[in-house]
Design a protein around this ligand. Structure first.
Ligand SMILES: Cc1cc2nc3c(=O)[nH]c(=O)nc-3n(C[C@H](O)[C@H](O)[C@H](O)COP(=O)(O)OP(=O)(O)OC[C@H]3O[C@@H](n4cnc5c(N)ncnc54)[C@H](O)[C@@H]3O)c2cc1C
Ligand code: FES
Length: 313
């Protein structure tokens, strides 16, 4: 495990790298795990992301793939000297990710990073709850490793529509994942390898508990009040899910850091395509814009004006 010594605000070091594909394998019906090998990648932290050129770095723009780079969370990072491996777990949804899914080991891709503001692990909060939905799970996997390594008591809450859209591997047989766990168990390999127990839920009940992850998480908070009082919640996934998780935390006074997604073109604060409304009492309208790519993607949940929130309600 490589715990990278760096302040969350030290975000200067970033560059473009040619990375070699080491592996690119399906993890479930629509997610792949891409392992990229590159040299000289700067220090990075969970919550940060890279922009991948989903097209041949040497080829013409009309040769297929996507014209602009696509953002992906760093789902894991391993270093050996100057060499580095990055894990990217991605869902195939459009031209860029379809192009990624066709990559074979040995070919090269262009990677820009590390980008964005990472999660923070305040020293006075010994418990870390990680709440990830679907494609929001990758940053949680790396965060689990780092938080466990610095001594946090970590519990992961993992949700997906169905068993076959959960980008995680059950430890042992799939039917060994408890259907209605009252307590988290070491049931998912990606978390269990760091000693982190998980609660799994699927909308259709095909794996773990039937239900949506905010409901399952909220009922866990209610039954673990003493532990929750010492926790920070870290969450990533679809914005309606983030909003529900954030609301439960705010009602109980638990700090919550949300990792937001926006459409991003540059990833570096230039194109202004990724704005987020952030509450600001000093502004006449009560909020101002910040950029998801450079001010985020991790924000304090209490600061975020949600996309479907009518201002003033
Ligand atoms: C900071 C950050 C981290 C991300 N991390 C991951 C990750 O770890 N794994 C992963 O699979 N995906 C991640 N995403 C989302 C990923 O960037 C998009 O899925 C990808 O850009 C899609 O590219 P595409 O060319 O395949 O599809 P596109 O043609 O770009 O998109 C297909 C459809 O999805 C919609 N869409 C695209 N991007 C987003 C978005 N960010 N939010 C909501 N809707 C979108 C488009 O509007 C369109 O309807 C992340 C996004 C951000 C901003
Ligand atoms: S993606 Fe260009 S400013 Fe954020």
């Amino acid at each position: 495990m490589h715990l990278e010594a760096r302040s969350p605000t030290d975000r200067g070091a970033r560059s473009v790298f040619l990375a070699a594909v080491r592996a690119n394998d399906p993890v479930c019906r629509d997610h792949y795990r891409l392992i990229l090998a590159l040299a000289g990648f700067p220090s990075a932290q969970p919550g940060q992301f890279v922009q991948i050129l989903c097209a041949d770095p040497e080829g013409p723009p009309w040769a297929g793939g996507a014209f602009t780079r696509r953002p992906f969370s760093i789902g894991g990072l391993r270093r050996t000297g100057n060499d580095c491996e990055l894990d990217i777990i991605y869902r195939v949804i459009g031209p860029g990710t379809k192009w990624l899914a066709g990559l074979r080991p040995g070919v090269q891709v262009s990677v820009l990073g590390p980008l964005g503001r990472p999660f923070e692990l305040p020293a006075d909060r010994p418990v870390a709850y990680l709440v990830g939905g679907g494609v929001g799970l990758p940053p949680m996997i790396w965060l689990a490793e780092v938080a466990a390594a610095v001594g946090r008591q970590v519990v992961a809450f993992c949700g997906a529509r169905s068993a076959d859209s959960l980008p995680l591997r059950p430890r042992g047989r799939q039917d060994a994942v408890p259907l209605s766990p009252t307590e988290p168990t070491l049931c998912m390999e990606e978390f269990a390898q760091w000693g982190v127990p998980a609660v799994v839920c699927t909308d259709d009940g095909t794996l773990g508990r039937r239900g949506r992850v905010p409901e399952v998480f909220t009922s866990y908070l209610a039954s673990h009040a003493d532990e929750a009082a010492q926790a920070v919640v870290y969450t990533c996934g679809p914005e309606p899910m983030l909003r529900l998780v954030a609301r439960s935390c705010e009602l109980l006074g638990i700090p919550c850091q949300v990792c937001l997604e926006r459409t991003m073109a540059c990833g570096m604060g230039t194109c202004q395509s990724c704005v987020v409304r952030i509450r600001d009492a000093s502004d006449a309208q009560g909020w101002r814009y910040q950029l998801c790519c450079t001010d985020g993607p991790v924000f304090d949940s209490r600061a975020v004006v949600w996309q479907d929130e009518k201002w003033g309600t």
